[in-house]
Design a protein around this ligand. Structure first.
Ligand SMILES: NC(=O)c1ccc[n+]([C@@H]2O[C@H](COP(=O)([O-])OP(=O)(O)OC[C@H]3O[C@@H](n4cnc5c(N)ncnc54)[C@H](OP(=O)(O)O)[C@@H]3O)[C@@H](O)[C@H]2O)c1
Length: 338
């Protein structure tokens, strides 16, 4: 990666949070002064205003994609950001200095826990004044995952058209789950959602038709109070719910979309396919598309979707944000502000 120089060719520096070794927890995060990156031909340089943490960020630090991601250490983690364009590469057409944007940085190079970052033009979208930096930074991975699960796997039309479907969304108070509830309700759906006791009112306010408290026996069994059987489940939890808990709650052709498929889920997926079962488990991994991020930003602008902010942390305390995400009890999105 190129770095930025002053007119006198001295390196310009910025504050960043990085790690130099793989491992668990927030202890290995280091505060460092590093060179401001320079945008390549197809990139914009952003002065970051907000970055949001996803579980994937700390899972990468645990080494799940090693040695492909990150490509080298030290690595500045986090990919979902919002900021202001301060410089553009020679080939950039859509943006100019001063534009407010939302970007998804590459997982290979990361860069979100810093004062500045470079982003590809083709993974950057404009951010209108109605969408704050924190609201925008929350959207990319979590919002795209919820959107893709609902529209591409479950087959819901976000414009409300199509036959009515009964949907269960688990972990509905989390980053992915809270977007999934709102997006599902833009379609023709009955939404049942699970969350902990303290978040029941919040999840109802996001539009869920009924809410199950996962700390109660009925909630843990995913049993709908009104006797719904689910045409689809979007499992936004950590992948700990076994097929045997989903299965009795599914309608004849019910489908479980697993966002964190473990070995048991992959075996169930294969078994259901091989036996031509009408009830299916579908592992899903988000694909990052600029036009979909643009669509989500547009929904926030129109007031049809909101980012619930769990907490905001200054860059100087980024390790608190990191630890909170690892703890697994975020309500909405955890934001770091440079
Ligand atoms: N496949 C993909 O492409 C993809 C993309 C994004 C995320 N993911 C994965 O999806 C999962 C969720 O991501 P996220 O960003 O939404 O995580 P998150 O924001 O950390 O989710 C935390 C939420 O989960 C809730 N929760 C925990 N245990 C629960 C249970 N048993 N029942 C109901 N709710 C429960 C918590 O509620 P309480 O505080 O009340 O416990 C909290 O609100 C992660 O494993 C992530 O890696 C996959």
């Amino acid at each position: 990666m190129e770095t930025r120089l002053t007119e006198t060719r001295e390196l310009e520096l910025m504050q960043a949070v990085q790690y130099s070794s793989f491992g668990k927890g927030a202890a290995g995060l280091e505060h460092a002064e590093v060179p401001i990156p320079a945008p390549a031909k197809d990139e914009v340089l952003l002065k970051l205003e907000a970055a949001s943490i996803n579980p994937l960020d700390w899972k990468i630090r645990k080494g799940i994609w090693r040695p492909v991601v990150p490509r080298k250490l030290p690595h500045i983690p986090v990919t979902d950001v919002a900021g202001e364009v301060v410089e553009v590469g020679a080939g950039v057409k859509e943006f100019k200095a001063g534009d407010k944007v939302v970007s998804i940085l590459s997982h290979v190079y990361g860069g979100g826990l810093a004062e500045f970052a470079v982003a590809k033009e083709n993974l950057t979208v404009s951010r209108p004044p109605q969408v704050s930096a924190a609201e925008g930074a929350g959207l990319p991975l979590a919002g795209l995952t919820a959107l893709q699960a609902l529209t591409q796997v479950v087959g819901i039309n976000i414009d409300g058209s199509g036959p009515k479907k009964s949907i269960l969304i688990t972990a509905a108070s989390g980053g992915v789950g809270h977007y999934a509830v709102q997006l599902a309700k833009l379609g023709n759906t009955h939404v049942t959602a699970t969350c902990g006791t303290r978040n029941i009112d919040l999840v109802k306010s996001l539009g869920a038709d009924e809410v199950l408290d996962y700390t109660t026996p009925d909630g843990a069994a995913l049993r709908s109070p009104s006797g719904q059987t689910y045409d689809a489940v979007v499992d936004c939890g950590t992948g700990n719910i076994p097929w045997s808990t989903f299965e009795p709650n599914l309608s004849t052709n019910g489908k479980v979309v697993s966002l964190t498929p473990n070995v048991s889920a992959m075996l169930t997926f294969a078994l259901k396919k091989l036996t031509f079962s009408k009830k299916q488990l579908v592992p899903m991994f988000a694909s990052i598309k600029k036009e979909k991020v643009n669509f989500l930003v547009g929904l926030v602008k129109e007031g049809k979707l909101k980012t619930v902010i769990d907490s905001k942390h200054p860059l100087s305390k980024a390790e608190d944000a990191w630890a909170k995400s690892i703890d697994g009890h975020a309500t909405g999105k955890i934001i770091v502000e440079p």
